[in-house]
Design a protein around this ligand. Sequence first.
Ligand code: NMX
Ligand code: MLT
Length: 393
Amino acid sequence: MRGVKCLVTETSVLDPLEGIRYRGYSLPELLNKLPKAKGSAQPLPESVFWLLLTGEIPSFSQAEALSKEFASRADLPAHIVQLLNNIPADLHPMSQLSAAVTAMNSESKFAKAYAKGLKKSEYWRYVLDDSIDLISKLPVAAAMIYRNVFKDGKIKAVDYSEDYAQNFASLLGFDDPGFTDMLRLYLVIHADHEGGNVSAHTTHLVGSALSDPYLAYAAGLNGLAGPLHGLANQQVLLWLEKFKKLLGDSPITKEKVSEIVLKLLESENVIPGYGHAVLRRTDPRYLCQREFAHKHLPDDSNFKLVSILYEVVPDILERQGKARNPWPNVDAHSGILLQHYGLTEPNFYTVLFGVSRSLGTLASLVWDRALGLPLERPKSLSTEKLKYLSKKH
Ligand code: NMX
Ligand code: MLT
């Protein structure tokens, strides 16, 4: 369905050359205009939710009020804590997050009100309330998964005076302000990518059946967990590890890099982090992260490797002649920033994407119900029917 215009999504629009605009603002504009966390150069991710929902950039005090609202709703129900503490530690962190979000639908105010009888014009209010609850709880669920799978299973309490990313960073167990700033950038740039990407489209589709926001977003998370979508950020790190093994002690020249990329292409279907279904230039989200790395980790060896790949891979993909877009996407860069600040477990990376993507997909879901959008149910045909129709015409 590439290029088929069949969805209405208010929150953002993706231009193949220019990249994403949230409510008309490009990412560089947003990084400049959105209210910043105290003492930080990076915006507050909660201000993105405000913007996507209302179309207006909030003031600092409006964003701060939202930080407090999120913190006040962060507690997980006891059965979710129990579920996450008992789930097998070797189950992929994305499956754990999806299971926890599905089970959180015990809390859905929309589902309860609908069961009692709710006017259609009132749906959006309950979907908004559930969405704010879910966004508030996601960092705690994500951090519990991280601490259970990779650390000692202990988790700090939410600090009601702190912003969303600051709380998320300390729940995960990171106290370096550099990590928190990187996390703010991460949460801002991954939040939304118009309506047709797999996670947004799935959330919209499942929501159209009036499944509550927990069920709808859990479905979106299951789409995000695919290697061609959000899981690509994990795959990039695994690919880089394979690359480094093949490089060994050899000096890192463009010729050597090219040779190894071609070798890896023989055994792998794709070069993760490159290509895009819509974009036809380097993803501006990649460029924001590159700028951040230039500023904060210019000498990092992974950054140097990713930079040389940026010089080599597009030519190789162009010569191969298959990929419509040979340029890097957001996932080619995010993992090495996380590695730099000590979050070194690649199979947790998509969970961070999952926390961020809730801001855009749930803002859209509120609009879906406010606009009274109907059940999404496209028509399909069998091959036999298609053959028949093509002969007839
Ligand atoms: N490396 C090698 N081959 C590629 C790549 C790549 N990075 N990207 C596309 N191709 C191939 C693709 O597999 C297909 O081959 P075939 O006809 O043999 O099936 C051909 O080029 C045409 O694909 P496109 O039309 O360019 O891409 P499409 O729109 O179908 O898919 C992606 C877009 C993003 C799924 C694809 O570029 C890809 O698989 N990239 C690697 C995975 C990745 O980075 N995904 C993350 C996307 C961003 N996100 O966060 O979601
Ligand atoms: C996304 O952020 O959703 C990805 O770049 C995939 C897409 O837009 O199709």
